[in-house]
Design a protein around this ligand. Structure first.
Ligand code: BDR
Ligand code: CA
Length: 326
């Protein structure tokens, strides 16, 4: 039986790769995608999400638009405002969407779906945690319907937004604390420490492109853009992290990451450290772990998974329901 998954995204090039992976992997049943403000404003993350699903023939997966702002810091920037030279850009380089988002909002979808779930659902938030925290504020018992929450966010030795913080957690630190302390049965955190170890190379992009499949072409385009943007900032030539897809890959091949059980909380007060994931790595810590934290990731296994899922002819993927647009 395939695993039921809800992705919460701020699409974004790496979110886009994660969406394609979850939508096309035969062992995953992507029952909905919720969008949130993050890499770009929420109307653009929604538009990008619809583009991706249309492009790979999975317009049947419903998209629900979520929060345009963090839950507490209303004065915070409403989006990262990625520039045209950045790893995302405002609009993904594939055709405009043909399908439209649902009328129901993301938080309403999360609350209704989790309240009425007859089987366990896996939540995979790979953007700021505003939607998930708001749903939990409405009904803290939603955790009972979730077998695992897999979050891309945070950093211990590696950060990217400030000297202390990773972007997804920094963008809504109060929301992150709500989710980390909600009491989920299993919470896996995939921080930058892990995603920077699973760099995807230009060689993999070339193989994806050569496949000629819609997903292969799009993944190559998105990851190549990231490699251009990361040029010189990672310890490898012609490669870049594709953070969010590590979470999706973990769902089907848990060994793609290696984890430690730790207590994690988020700093919300220090002016220099807002959004820092404070991971209690002390060997003599008495704090009860609330997360399985990834500190390692396997680049070869990730590349193999991307090639496996994205280069399959569309007809053999989970449910190719309409031909890709030209
Ligand atoms: C995270 O921030 C976003 O830019 C990416 O999509 C990823 O989820 C990495 O810090
Ligand atoms: Ca993201």
């Amino acid at each position: 039986m395939s695993r039921k998954v809800i992705l919460d995204v701020d699409t974004g090039t790496d979110d886009a790769v994660a969406i394609m992976f979850a939508a096309l992997h035969p062992e995953l049943d992507l029952i909905g995608v919720t969008t949130v403000n993050g890499n770009v404003p929420v109307e653009n993350t929604t538009d990008n999400t619809l583009r991706v699903l249309d492009w790979i023939g999975r317009s049947d997966i419903p998209v629900f638009e979520g929060l345009a702002r963090p839950i507490a810091r209303l004065g915070f920037p409403t989006a990262r405002g990625d520039s045209d030279g950045g790893p995302h850009g405002k609009a993904l380089p594939i055709p405009e969407p043909r399908s439209v988002r649902q009328d129901t909002g993301a938080v309403e979808f999360l609350v209704e779906t989790l309240r009425s779930a007859t089987e366990q659902i896996t939540l995979v938030p790979v953007g700021p945690l505003s939607n998930i925290a708001t749903a939990l504020a409405i009904d803290p018992a939603l955790t009972e319907a979730v077998d695992e929450v897999v979050i891309m966010g945070g950093g211990h030795a590696v950060t990217n937004m400030t000297a202390s913080a990773e972007f997804n957690i920094w963008a809504d630190p109060e929301a992150a604390n709500v989710v980390l302390s909600a009491g989920f049965g299993r919470l896996t955190l995939v921080p930058l420490d892990a995603t920077y170890q699973a760099l995807v190379t230009r060689d993999t992009c070339a193989r994806l492109e050569e496949s000629g499949t819609p997903a292969g072409i799009a993944a190559s385009r998105f990851i190549s853009r990231r490699i251009d943007a990361y040029d010189g900032t990672v310890n490898a030539a012609d490669a870049a992290p594709v953070h969010d897809v590590v979470c999706a890959a973990y769902l089907v091949r848990p060994e793609v990451i290696t984890t430690r059980s730790l207590h994690v909380t988020v700093e919300t007060a220090g002016p220099l450290t807002i959004g820092r994931t404070v991971m209690d790595t002390r060997l003599n810590s008495t704090q009860k772990p609330n997360a399985e934290v990834a500190f390692g990731a396997d680049p070869q296994l990730l590349a193999d998974l991307l090639l496996d899922v994205f280069t399959r002819p569309p007809s053999t993927t989970a449910a190719s329901v309409s031909p890709p647009p030209e």
